[in-house]
Design a protein around this ligand. Structure first.
Ligand code: HEM
Length: 223
């Protein structure tokens, strides 16, 4: 009689982390992220970045909300708290920017279009961008510390609330997100599509960072 061997397969949350590690490493090395972490990114570019990410969050949240009724996978994962766009809008207002007047850069427009394609063709793929944006709260806490020193933040954290939405609860919130990811019953094709969408999301955030870094004075980014 053979002894049954336990084949411990990697959890889906671990798979996402492992298979997007090169993209995360590249994101961390991006000149804009390095400047942010050092508190060396000029305020106008920081604010411009928040505006672009607000548009991305809005687009993703609305695509997911639109698919909740028909897609049980998204319904199992989604929490309204993942939509950082209301916090981002308030943070922009703190810096004197009208959130309704933000216009997308080319990279933002391209990524919002991509979100629309996923929503239409393969809604579960939206878990890829959701994973990247929600997972970014891990590093954003460190960026929040630098930003509080670098920019005129309000007493109630106004200006940077989107960088530290959970405060001390962040590790538990992330553990909960991972646990719920692991509880999903996903076939291989769907897992693959989500990992690919996560990789694309890292690349898109990098391209948006490029737009924000290279915009010149007078650009609509700084209106
Ligand atoms: C200076 C920039 C950054 C720093 C210092 C940083 C740092 C970190 C740290 C310390 C973790 C936790 C790692 C762990 O628990 O093993 C993390 C996780 C993560 N970060 Fe970043 N990060 C940065 C930029 C970004 C950006 C720009 C994005 C998204 C575009 C991002 C997305 C993620 C994701 C998705 C995770 C979750 C990984 C997982 O556990 O599956 N990070 N980051």
């Amino acid at each position: 009689m053979s002894t049954p061997t336990m084949v411990q397969s990697e959890s889906f949350a671990d798979r996402l982390k492992t298979e997007t590690r090169p993209q995360h490493d590249a994101a961390e090395r991006h000149e804009l992220q390095r400047a942010l972490l050092k508190g060396a990114l000029p305020q106008a570019r920081f604010v411009a970045l928040v505006g672009q990410l607000m548009l991305v969050h809005r687009a993703l949240a609305s695509a997911i909300r639109g698919a909740l009724e028909s897609d049980p996978i998204l319904a199992a994962m989604w929490r309204e708290a993942y939509d950082q766009s209301p916090r981002m809008a308030r943070d922009l207002a703190h810096f004197g920017v009208d959130p309704d007047g933000v216009t997308p850069t080319p990279a933002t427009t391209a990524f919002i279009d991509r979100i629309g394609q996923w929503a239409g063709a393969a809604p579960a793929s939206l878990l890829g961008p959701l994973y990247v944006l929600e997972g970014s709260t891990n590093g954003a806490r460190y960026i929040a510390r630098a930003a509080r020193q670098a920019y005129p933040v309000g007493a109630d954290d106004a200006g940077v609330t989107h960088l530290d939405p959970y405060g001390e609860r962040q590790p538990e919130e992330w553990a909960d997100f991972r646990a719920r990811l692991n509880a999903l019953d996903l076939d291989e094709a769907t897992q693959r599509a989500i990992v690919d969408a996560a990789r694309e999301t890292f690349n898109a955030i990098g391209a948006i960072g490029d737009d924000v870094l290279t915009a010149r004075a007078g650009s609509t980014l700084f209106d």
